[in-house]
Design a protein around this ligand. Structure first.
Ligand code: AMP
Ligand code: MG
Length: 342
């Protein structure tokens, strides 16, 4: 995450040296460093547009937070009652999109697993230092099978038939926020921009006469694994086991839950997806991560995702043919990459 940042920072620095009309701001929200950069808009206009977006981001961060008391925690408590519950406006699109995306991912993208994340110690600011939870507690939650399809949505209400359901939109919230932010910047007439939430980003237009170029972090170590140049308007999202994790007795416990196991997903260390919108790409990167080395191509096909790069725990890198066309490896010597057709 940090390094992608440098990659981008480097480009922008290069831009500043030539006095190009770049306006860029950083803030810390959604638990990560967020950078919004624009090109070719007069600074006062760019500043006003970016200020509007950052205000919104801070509000969404509060509204959608999975454990700090707010709109989502209140909604979760109400859902738990099993009664029809009014849907707060800020959560309605997340609920609807999540239900669709859960369905097409065989519920591997499953924002109903909030209790599992909490059990493993990820629904808190400070990560635990281990040991992992009791196996009986894991089994109980796994067998309760909380899913998005346990929730019945009407235009105004939601009702859960499974008390194990607890919503955590961590796997889609950044993507959705990026899409909303980009829509706002476009609505204000900005022709070139990038909204980067800790390496989860969407960019459109150009950086002067060059395309926007972004780095994808190596899942182990701090370097950049590969770079991608943005064509037109695209989102690039990565899910990784390095983003939130703790080590206990030499074993890594990370934040992406496999509902089938009742614990951290095994097999992959990072998944990068390019797609037209960041919401879908975010859900997909998480779903493919959970699907693991054997099943990600099938889930990618089901979700309509043709640009995927995965890194396995062994270090093996696989790409779809479409992704191979887009990725430029920055490691020297370039790693061996396996082409996998979904
Ligand atoms: P991402 O970094 O986009 O892959 O999202 C990971 C975050 O999504 C975690 O930190 C949890 O908040 C949440 N989460 C964990 N496991 C899942 C899952 N299987 N489906 C949906 N959300 C999940
Ligand atoms: Mg995600």
């Amino acid at each position: 995450m940090q390094r992608q940042w440098y990659a981008l920072g480097f480009l922008l620095l290069a831009g500043c040296a030539r006095e190009e009309p770049v306006y860029s701001e950083q803030l810390f929200t959604f638990g990560t460093l967020v950078e919004i950069s624009t090109y070719g808009t007069p600074p006062a206009e760019a500043r006003a547009a970016v200020a509007a977006v950052t205000g919104q981001l801070n509000q969404w961060h509060q509204d959608w937070h999975a454990w700090q008391p707010g709109t989502l925690t209140r909604f979760n408590a109400a859902l738990q009652s099993g009664q029809p519950t009014p849907i707060p406006a800020t959560l309605a699109p997340l609920l609807q999109r999540s239900q669709q995306l859960a369905q097409v991912s065989d519920e591997l993208f499953n924002p109903a697993v909030g209790k599992l994340s909490a059990l493993w110690g990820f629904a808190q600011d400070e990560l635990p230092s281990g040991p992992p939870p009791e196996s009986s507690a894991i089994a109980a939650l796994r067998e309760a099978q909380p899913r998005m399809s346990d929730i019945t949505l009407t235009p105004r209400t939601a009702q859960s038939r499974n008390p194990a359901v607890q919503l955590d939109f961590g796997a889609i919230a950044k993507g959705y926020a990026v899409d909303l932010a980009v829509a706002q910047l476009k609505a204000r007439g900005l022709r070139n921009a990038i909204v980067n939430m800790g390496g989860n980003l969407r960019a459109y237009g150009q950086h002067g006469d060059r395309p926007w170029r972004i780095g994808i972090r190596h899942p182990r170590g701090q370097g950049i694994l590969a770079s991608v140049t943005i064509q037109g308007d695209e989102a690039v999202l990565t899910s990784g086991d390095y983003e939130r994790f703790y080590m206990y007795q030499g074993q890594r416990y990370h934040h992406i839950m496999d509902p089938r196991r009742g614990g951290p997903a095994r097999g992959l260390t990072s998944v990068t997806v390019i797609y037209a919108d960041a919401t879908t790409a975010d859900a997909a990167s998480t779903a493919l991560f959970v699907a693991g080395p054997e099943h990600w191509p099938r889930i990618a096909r089901q979700m309509g995702i043709s640009h995927v790069m995965v890194v396995e725990e062994s270090g093996k890198i696989s790409l779809t043919p479409a992704m191979a066309q887009r990725v430029h490896f920055e490691l020297k010597p370039a790693p061996v990459a396996h082409i996998v057709t979904p």
